[in-house]
Write a protein of this length. Structure first.
Lengths: 117, 113
């Protein structure tokens, strides 16, 4: 158990809908990262938040947004869903802000499996 | 462009022997490299990491080697155990990019008794 929790575990929805995925980081961790794992791709970085502020963005679609709240939990919002958004969405946390001289050990949650029909 | 590559999608090894998983990268601007293990229906689990200024790091049965001139890293597992059967991902962290990780495609290791 990494200490990172994600809800829900599974989500089935229809095209055009909007969903919210939730992540609670390990106790004391200030950084939250979101990743997407599609069937034909490896883990793709989406976005990083540190203590409530956005730190880095990856290949995140404009239909997707995220935020980190004062209690440090994070939510990933996916809207106007398409079939291709079906994937595993992982959240990870670390105690670090990230940077050139720091280690980047990230601890992953169990993921949310999103199925868009 | 795939900056981190694991060219072997699968590897089969006998229990007790050495498992060697390989990873190549194309960008010199990485400061840390990490290996994760993933079981089905679970999130990736951190195994071991190495700084770009080192060439070896060891933790129990796991050793990671970094060859910067060849832009290559490898994970050695000795001795391999059936419980090591999983998908192994290498990941790299670019300098000054907020701590994001760039992952390879993964190698599925099967350790046979």
């Amino acid at each position: 158990d990494s200490g990172v929790t994600q809800t829900p575990k599974h989500l089935i929805t229809a095209t055009g809908q909007r969903v919210t995925l939730r992540c609670s980081p390990r106790s004391g961790d200030l950084s939250v990262y979101w990743y997407q794992q599609s069937l034909d791709q490896g883990l793709q970085f989406l976005i990083h938040y540190y203590n409530g502020e956005e730190r880095a963005k990856g290949n995140i679609l404009e239909r997707f947004s995220a935020q980190q709240f004062p209690d440090l939990h994070s939510e990933l919002n996916l809207s106007s869903l398409e079939l291709g958004d079906s994937a595993l969405y992982f959240c990870a946390s670390s105690g670090l802000a990230g940077g050139a001289t720091t280690g980047h050990t990230q601890y992953f949650g169990p993921g949310t499996r999103l199925t868009v029909l | 462009d795939q900056q981190v590559k694991q060219n072997s999608p699968s590897l089969s090894v006998q229990e007790g022997r050495i498992s060697i998983l390989n990873c190549d990268y194309t960008n010199s601007m990485f400061d840390y490299f990490l290996w994760y293990k993933k079981y089905p229906a679970e999130g990736p689990t951190f195994l071991i990491s190495i700084s770009s200024i080192k060439d070896k790091n060891e933790d129990g049965r796991f050793t990671v080697f970094l060859n910067k001139s060849a832009k290559h890293l490898s994970l050695h597992i000795v001795p391999s155990q059936p419980g090591d059967s999983a998908v192994y991902f290498c990941a790299a962290s670019p300098y000054n990019q907020g701590g994001k990780l760039i992952f390879g495609q993964g190698t599925e290791l099967s350790v046979k008794p």
